[in-house]
Design a protein around this ligand. Sequence first.
Ligand code: KG4
Ligand code: ZN
Length: 394
Amino acid sequence: MADASGRRDEPLVLGIETSCDETGVGIVRGHTLLADAVASSVEEHARFGGVVPEVASRAHLEAMVPTIRRALKEAGVAARDLDGIAVTAGPGLSGALLVGVSAAKAYAYALGKPLYGVNHLASHICVDQLEHGALPEPTMALLVSGGHSSLLLAPDITSDVRPLGSTIDDAAGEAFDKVARVLHLGFPGGPVIDRIAREGDPNAIRFPRGLTGPRDAAYDFSFSGLKTSVARWIEAKRAAGEEVPVADVSASFQEAVADVLTRKAVRACKDNGVDHLMIGGGVAANSRLRAMAARRCEDAGITLRIPRPKLCTDNGAMVAALGAEMVARGRAASAWDLSADSSLPVTEPHVPATAANEHGHSPGHGHSHGPAQGHDHDHDHDHFHELSKDNLYS
Ligand code: KG4
Ligand code: ZN
């Protein structure tokens, strides 16, 4: 029987998220959100125009224990009652991830609980279970954040996530942040462009829609050309001594992003015979994207699932949600030597202990523990969010 704090027979999991500038600690029981505590260091980064990894790591270190305590208090649960501790193992900033992974290990070891190193991107999808209940299988997900933009088909969010396409250059959130920078709107750019765009005309300027030609990859994205086009348009206005219509530029840019994202996502659903679309990640908080997705999905007979904005941007509840799903499905816990992996691929929803490296140590629930699997992939996201004048127009 369900009660206010969730079903007693569902796993009670604490999740820790430190992949970027948010120290998030969430507690869930199955699909029920009990606590979502977030401490952000965003203001410390604002003057640099992007997240400074060292500043983020230090802020996580300071915020970690108080945020964990706050979450436990908010949930009204004792740490000893937890069924597991989940933590973002990647992708993200190495130093920032390391703080969360170290804290999760320390708490899990001290409490005798299984440890689950999970994927940040899969967590952005799984969080919707807290809002709309069990994810359909397969789930079609449009994942749009500061570091990633992908269309993913997930037959099982704990073990099987398949990329259909992704950005070939900038992520959608990165484009928002860079355009905001050109417009001198501050960092992060998404929320402020979202707000200012409400006063503007989305059809004032026709900015390019990347990779939407008949021969272009159907599910890949490109936002670099759009960003450059917006920057050039603004430069031309400034060079001519004219005032830049910030609201119209914001609305027109946002329209181009939302148009491409929703068009491709609906097409992916249709092509793959999936009647649901989940949108997750920080950019899913965008009001125009949400409205356009709602209209286009309705027209196409697709059920749309987008979590409330606070669950779209980075938070600990999403990590706890995926951790709870791992426990519920009996997935293997991670090893004590779990390491942060700044470019953990989206195809690995979690980092289980491997049979070849088991230590045989099993706190709490009898899971065997050994070193995590090695990865063979390129490390290209270590710097996400870092902006400089040099890469602004690249
Ligand atoms: O998922 P997230 O919180 O962190 C990453 O994993 O990257 O996403 C952050 C990104 C930033 O680029 C931010 O500008 C963007 O999400 N964002 C938004 C909005 N809120 C956050 N973009 C557009 N509209 C918003 N309302
Ligand atoms: Zn994120």
